[in-house]
Design a protein around this ligand. Structure first.
Ligand SMILES: Cc1cc2nc3c(=O)[nH]c(=O)nc-3n(C[C@H](O)[C@H](O)[C@H](O)COP(=O)(O)OP(=O)(O)OC[C@H]3O[C@@H](n4cnc5c(N)ncnc54)[C@H](O)[C@@H]3O)c2cc1C
Length: 270
């Protein structure tokens, strides 16, 4: 059985700035990292490999330099790394991205049964959290999102039981294989690559699949196949706020002022 893990290269957002003229991210000179949630996805795939002997394939859609992201996955122990790169894939929104990733997984499934696909919960640049569910929908796999613990994988019953991390509570759910998981940071502690694995990964092959391999209609991928686009990016402007009264001498008067202001802005109904 094959476990497929989806990894995306993202700019290190602690260093990202926004171009004030074009309102786009300035990517030049910015270091790239593996999307942090995807490091947990890789770790979980490797734990399944350690435990069940599954093979693991890492896939990434991105420009040629995204190969570095896949080499990091190879250094950690994935068996196969595939870069999905083609000019026709560029400018993709989440719909077009999930189409390419799902097509690659379908192709892998022609060689070996894909039982589990693992994605990060979301990326730290696009932040949409839509790609995992998009892939699952296209593949007609069950999707279990926000997983913070894999409780049990029962191969004889072909089912998986996981814990989902929701706001203020947890939920335990079960689904039949094949399944797609999106994972959160609490799931595991990613391992470090050994020096020898890192050296081996430097020489290992990262397969390149372009659209001549996937054979997708060019009007349904990349910019052409993307119905959404980012029209503007901006940092939220935080105002200093307004002080009502001095906070000590007239609390009732300050409260009344607050009520008047909220009524004025239609934020309160009497
Ligand atoms: C600032 C910004 C805002 C954007 N806003 C939107 C928007 O509102 N709507 C929209 O449709 N597009 C948007 N995009 C484009 C979007 O980022 C791309 O389509 C991207 O390829 C996938 O979306 P995401 O980064 O939000 O992924 P998410 O859905 O947040 O990613 C979830 C998981 O899917 C997997 N994954 C995602 N992308 C890849 C990949 N290329 N290769 C391998 N695995 C992957 C990873 O496991 C990842 O952890 C935006 C991009 C940027 C930079």
């Amino acid at each position: 059985m094959l476990v497929v893990v989806c990894v995306k290269q993202v700019p290190d957002t602690t260093q990202v700035q926004i171009d004030p003229v074009t309102n786009t991210l300035i990517r030049e000179g910015v270091p790239f990292i593996v999307n942090p949630y995807d490091t947990h996805a890789v770790e979980e795939a490797l734990k399944l490999k350690d435990h069940f002997g599954f093979r693991v394939a890492a896939i990434s859609m991105g420009p040629p330099n995204a190969e570095a992201t896949l080499r990091k996955a190879l250094a950690l122990g994935v068996d196969r790394a595939i870069l999905l790169s083609d000019r026709a894939f560029g400018g993709a929104d989440t719909l077009a991205t999930s189409k390419v990733l799902a097509a690659a997984i379908e192709l892998l499934a022609q060689e070996e049964e894909v039982g589990v696909v693992i994605c990060g919960k979301q990326t730290i640049d696009g932040d949409t959290a839509q790609v995992g569910p998009g892939i699952a929908t296209r593949l007609d796999f069950c999707q279990l999102t926000l997983v913070d613990r894999v409780e049990e994988l029962d191969l004889s019953q072909r089912k998986i039981r996981v814990r989902r991390k929701l706001e203020g509570r947890h939920e335990e759910v079960e689904a039949p294989l094949p399944v797609l998981l999106t994972v959160v940071r609490e799931l595991n502690r990613p391992r470090y690559p050994s020096v020898s694995m890192r050296l081996d990964a430097a020489d290992a092959q990262v397969e390149l699949w372009d659209n001549s391999v996937l054979q997708l209609d060019v009007n349904s991928i990349g910019l052409k196949g993307s119905p959404t686009w980012v029209s503007r990016i901006f940092s939220p402007q935080r105002s200093l706020g307004e002080m009502l009264g001095d906070g000590v001498s007239d609390p009732e008067g300050a409260a009344q002022l607050l009520i008047d202001k909220m009524l004025e802005k239609d934020l309160l109904a009497l």
